[in-house]
Design a protein around this ligand. Structure first.
Ligand SMILES: O=c1[nH]c(=O)c2nc[nH]c2[nH]1
Ligand SMILES: [Zn+2]
Length: 432
């Protein structure tokens, strides 16, 4: 007989976008809930009172003063940048030259890549993140190391080797042909293996020649289910640079559009300075934007116009963008996202925030049939959050009179300390 586990706790998950269905219909909550897991998938979710009798054969795990929700989804992060998190003083282009490229150079060593892949995945899990869309370095070995570690943990992960053939130090440059053939080799080896997916990953328009972008676009359409992952319109100097490098194109997005790099499963990090027409184009093509608040504030890039993107039908997920981002914790991303909205005279409702960190991310990645909430049949990727994580959180919870207040306080005060346990495919991969 197959093995069943039942997790008893308060349970909350996102079931719709508050923008489309309203706040109340956007979530499901069980004050004393039960989550039943079998063979790495969710078998049932509901009130403990109703389900306990039905699943008497299951091993029961009981939590108190906790909230179970689905694993967080990080739609934009760089694994080679773990060691430069919190690097002082620069905005995007100088930050890349001063800190980022030297850090990525170290990934020419497979041992270093392997060590950092392990550290990185452990840090994601410590923070309750179970799926991420991940930049490697230019070295194909960086992605072999990453997927090797992710496979051991049976995680749903998406990653790709960086393509860059100009405007970067020579030691980090590939060529259009080698980028194409190395990426293809990685796709053949890893894409669709277990829960792993490949993303064609041109770094950003300035570091690829038109020849490289053409081959990236060709590759993107050669295999079903591939992703395209890049950066766009993060910084004003960067945007001017793109205009000067591609004077024949209408704007930044048009560079990618022209080379066949937009559409379903294309994810663009940042998008802080996109114009209305570009948002429209992203929306009509089914592309997604990764909202990276900690990074956008840390590098002084700007404030994302979330409403404009969503009004134009763009899918939006939440990204930490470590190492420009300052935390692996999606709770901390939401803390900063709330402030980004405040600075624009807008509010980020806690249930909308939960949506962005979970189901919204899954929709951005076209994986909402498998992850993003706790519906039966989906992967059993979930997190147990601790209402007593710190003395201050504990005090704040005692004052909170309803779920909305508790959820909001967790987002503002919580981080890795608030993650009591993280489960991937039903297996506990982190416990505090
Ligand atoms: O935040 C960022 N991090 C990067 O590594 C990068 N490369 C291009 N543009 C970028 N933005
Ligand atoms: Zn980035």
């Amino acid at each position: 007989m197959s093995h069943r586990t039942a997790h008893r706790s308060a349970i909350l998950h996102s079931i719709g976008d508050p923008r489309e269905v309203g706040i109340e219909a956007s979530y499901e909550y069980f004050d004393d809930g039960l989550l039943v897991v079998e063979n790495g998938k969710i078998l049932a979710i509901g009130h403990a009172e109703t389900l306990l009798g039905q699943f008497q054969d299951a091993d029961l795990v009981e939590y108190t003063d906790t909230l179970i929700t689905s694993g967080f989804i990080d739609t934009h992060i760089h694994y080679p940048q773990v060691d430069i998190i919190g690097a002082y003083g620069e905005q995007l282009l100088e930050w890349l030259e001063t800190y980022t490229f030297p850090a990525e150079r170290k990934f020419e060593s497979p041992q270093h890549a392997s060590e950092l892949a392990g550290v990185f995945l452990k840090e994601l899990l410590r923070n309750g993140t179970t799926t991420a869309l991940v930049f490697g370095s230019v070295h194909k070995e960086s992605i072999d190391a990453f997927f090797t570690e992710a496979e051991k943990l049976d995680l749903r992960m998406i990653a790709g080797k960086v393509m860059m053939d100009r405007n970067a130090p020579e030691y980090l440059c590939d060529t259009p042909e080698s980028a194409y053939s190395d990426s293809k080799e990685l796709i053949e080896r890893w894409h669709g293996k277990g829960r792993l997916h490949y993303a064609v990953t041109p770094r950003f328009a300035p570091t690829s020649t038109p020849e490289q972008l053409t081959l990236a676009g060709k590759l993107f359409h050669e295999y079903p289910g591939l992703y395209m992952h890049t950066h766009i319109s993060e910084n004003k100097q960067e945007i001017e640079w793109v205009k000067s490098l591609f004077p024949e194109r209408k704007g930044y997005l048009d560079v990618y559009d022209h080379h066949g790099l937009i559409g379903e499963r294309s994810v663009f990090a940042h998008g802080v300075h996109l114009c209305d027409e570009e948002c429209q184009r992203l929306g009509e093509t089914g592309s997604a934007v990764a909202f990276c608040p900690t990074s956008n504030l840390f590098l002084g890039s700007g404030l994302l116009n979330l409403d404009l993107l969503e009004e134009r039908g763009v899918r939006v997920g939440l990204g930490t963008d470590v190492g420009a981002g300052t935390s692996f914790s999606q709770l901390q991303s939401l803390n900063e996202a709330y402030k980004v909205m405040q600075l624009q005279g807008k509010k980020l409702d806690p249930f909308k925030a939960l949506y962005l960190a979970t189901l919204g991310g899954a929709r951005s990645l076209y994986l909402d049939d498998r992850i993003g909430n706790l519906d039966p049949g989906k992967d059993a990727d979930f997190v147990v959050l601790d209402y007593q994580a710190t003395p201050l959180i504990s005090r704040r919870m005692a004052q909170a009179s309803n779920l909305t207040e508790k959820l909001f306080a967790l987002m503002i005060l919580g981080d890795d300390r608030a993650v009591k346990a993280t489960y991937a495919a039903g297996v506990c991969r982190h416990r505090k």
